[in-house]
Design a protein around this ligand. Structure first.
Ligand SMILES: Nc1ncnc2c1ncn2[C@@H]1O[C@H](COP(=O)(O)OP(=O)(O)OP(=O)(O)O)[C@@H](O)[C@H]1O
Ligand SMILES: [Mg+2]
Length: 463
C-alpha cells in the first residue's frame, strides 16, 4: 500500500511538477485546487500527508492545517511558502505543521521533507513516541492511555506499587482493572513472588472460603484431601480479589479478620495460619451504596478503601480511543495474519463518538471483528458492528455539510441558510423571513444581492 499524498494549490503550474516528482517516488497522489475541495477529499480518503499552499482564495493553508490537526491528527501537513514569508511559516510550526517548503521547490528537499513527514506519521500511528516516553517514566507498556485521567492513574500506580498498602480498584466493566492490578504487582517489591487471583462472584460461599483459606480433609463433602487456599499460596506475594463487592457478608467477616491479624484457619481446621499477603481488590460495584444497603460491611469497606484507584470509563477519556484502536489493529492483524494497517478517519470518528458501555474490552472486540472483516488494508465504517453504526454518536461524524461549512465564508453560509429555509417554506418568503428572524425587505435585498431569484432551488450548490 503506497502512501497517499494530497497536494493543494490553486496554481496548476505549481502542482504538476510536485505530483510528477512524488509519483516517481511511488506515492499515490491526489490533488485539490481549493481548500474546501481538500477538506472533502480528506473526509473521504485516507491521506498520509497534505502538501498545501499557504494562500488560496477560499481557505488559507493555515486554516487547512488547523482543520487537519483537529480532525485528522494522523495526517501530516507540509506548508508551501513563497520566499520571504517566514513569519507565517513560523506561526505554522508553532501550531504543529510538520515542516514547510519554500518555493521554488527543490526536488531533493521535497523528497526528503515528504519522507520525514511519512516517518513521523508512522511513528505517531504506532504510538512509539508516546509509548517510549511512558515506558521510560512508568513502564506501563501494556496499559495504553495518554489522557489526563490515565496519566494521573499511572502516577498513582507508580507511587503505591512499592508500598504494602491495600489498593481498591474501582471502575466499570472492561476499563482495565485486571491490567492495573497486574501492573501494581509488576512494579512492587513483590514482583518475583506469587501473584494469585480469585473472583468472588463466580463461587458460592463454601467454595470461595475454601479457595481463599484452604480446607482440611473431610471439612465438607468432597473435601477428600487437605488443600491450601490462595492466601497460603500467595504468601510473600499478592492476592488480587476480583469483584470483591460480590463477597457474601459471612465471608467478609473472615476476610476482614485476615486483613487485620494476618491470620486465618483453613475450613474445618483449628490451627491458625499466618501469611504475609498484600491484597488488591477490584469491583465494578458502588461499594458505598452496597454499605448503605447493608450488603457490604462498613468496616471492611473502610479497610479496603485506604487507597482507591478509580479507572474512568472510556467515554470520559475519548482522547485515548485512537491510540487504543491503533494498538489493537496492530495486535490483531498480527494475530490473525490480516493485512489491516489503518482505519479511515470516518470510522475513527464513529469509534471516538460511541458510548462504549463495555469500555476498552468492547473497543478491543470491535477492532478484532473489524480486522477480520476488512477486505482491504483499511478498516472502514462497513467493517464496524451494526450496533455501533446505529448508535447515536455524541457528536455525529463530520457530514459533508459541516465539512462544507468549515471552508465557507459567512456570505456563503448565509446564502445557504436562506436557500434551505426557502426550500422548507416552499418558497414562501414571509415565512422564511420569520424563521430567519429578519425583515421581509432584508430578505428581498439579500436574495437580490446573492442573485437567489424567486426560485430558491435554482442553481446547484457549488460545494
Ligand atoms: N488502557 C488499556 N490499554 C490496553 N488494553 C486495555 C486497557 N484497558 C483495558 N484493556 C484491555 O481490555 C480488556 C478488558 O480489561 P480488564 O479485563 O482489565 O477490564 P476489567 O476492568 O477488569 O473488567 P471487568 O470489570 O469486566 O473484570 C483486556 O483485554 C485488557 O487487556
Ligand atoms: Mg476484571
Amino acid at each position: 500500500m503506497n502512501p497517499r499524498i494530497l497536494v493543494v494549490d490553486d496554481y496548476p503550474a505549481s502542482v504538476e511538477p510536485v505530483v510528477e516528482i512524488l509519483e516517481r517516488e511511488g506515492y499515490e497522489l491526489l490533488t485539490a485546487s481549493r481548500g474546501r475541495e481538500a477538506l472533502s477529499i480528506l473526509n473521504k480518503e485516507n491521506v498520509d500527508v497534505v502538501i498545501t499552499d499557504l494562500k488560496m482564495p477560499d481557505l488559507s493553508g493555515l486554516e487547512l492545517l488547523e482543520y487537519v490537526r483537529d480532525k485528522h491528527p494522523y495526517t501530516q501537513v507540509i506548508l508551501l511558502t513563497a520566499y520571504g514569508t517566514v513569519d507565517s511559516a513560523v506561526e505554522a510550526m508553532s501550531t504543529g505543521a510538520v515542516s514547510y517548503l519554500q518555493k521554488p521547490i527543490k526536488i531533493d528537499i521535497l523528497r526528503q521533507t515528504v519522507k520525514n513527514a511519512l516517518e513521523k506519521r508512522i511513528l505517531f500511528l504506532q504510538n512509539i513516541n508516546l509509548r517510549e516516553q511512558l515506558d521510560e517514566k512508568f513502564g506501563f507498556a501494556n496499559i495504553i492511555g495518554t489522557s489526563k485521567p490515565m496519566l494521573d492513574l499511572f502516577d498513582k500506580i507508580k507511587r503505591v506499587a512499592p508500598t504494602n498498602v491495600i489498593v481498591l480498584i474501582t471502575g466499570e466493566t472492561g476499563v482495565g482493572k485486571d491490567l492495573i492490578a497486574n501492573a501494581i504487582h509488576n512494579h512492587s517489591r513483590r514482583r518475583d513472588k506469587p501473584y494469585k487471583t480469585i473472583n468472588c462472584a463466580t463461587l458460592y460461599r463454601e467454595l470461595l472460603e475454601s479457595e481463599l483459606f484452604g480446607h482440611e480433609r473431610g471439612a465438607f463433602t468432597g473435601a477428600i484431601a487437605r488443600r491450601r487456599g490462595v492466601f497460603e499460596q500467595a504468601d510473600g506475594g499478592m492476592l488480587f480479589l476480583d469483584e470483591v463487592g460480590e463477597m457474601g457478608t459471612e465471608t467478609q467477616v473472615k476476610f476482614l479478620r485476615v486483613l487485620e491479624g494476618h491470620e486465618f484457619t483453613r475450613v474445618g481446621g483449628e490451627e491458625p495460619i499466618r501469611a504475609d499477603v498484600r491484597v488488591i481488590a477490584a469491583t465494578n460495584k458502588d461499594l458505598e451504596e452496597a454499605v448503605k444497603n447493608k450488603e457490604f460491611r462498613a468496616d471492611l469497606y473502610h479497610r479496603l478503601n485506604r487507597f482507591p484507584l478509580h479507572v474512568p470509563p472510556l467515554r470520559e477519556r475519548r482522547e485515548d480511543i485512537p491510540l487504543l484502536a491503533s494498538a489493537f489493529i496492530k495486535e490483531f492483524s498480527r494475530e490473525h495474519d490480516a493485512p489491516v494497517t489503518r482505519i479511515t478517519a470516518e470510522a475513527m470518528e464513529y469509534l471516538k463518538n460511541a458510548d462504549w458501555p463495555g469500555n476498552v474490552r468492547e473497543l478491543r472486540n470491535v477492532i478484532e471483528t473489524a480486522v477480520i472483516l476488512a477486505t482491504t488494508d483499511t478498516i472502514g465504517i462497513k467493517d464496524l458492528s451494526p450496533e455501533l453504526q446505529d448508535s447515536t454518536p455524541v457528536s455525529m461524524p463530520i457530514s459533508d455539510e459541516t465539512v462544507g461549512r468549515v471552508g465557507m465564508t459567512m456570505e456563503e453560509i448565509e446564502k445557504d441558510a436562506i436557500r434551505k429555509t426557502l426550500d422548507e417554506t416552499d418558497g414562501n418568503k414571509t415565512k422564511a423571513a420569520q424563521i430567519l428572524k429578519i425583515g421581509l425587505r432584508t430578505l428581498h435585498r439579500k436574495l437580490q444581492s446573492y442573485s437567489l431569484s424567486n426560485k430558491a432551488d435554482g442553481e446547484e450548490n457549488d460545494m
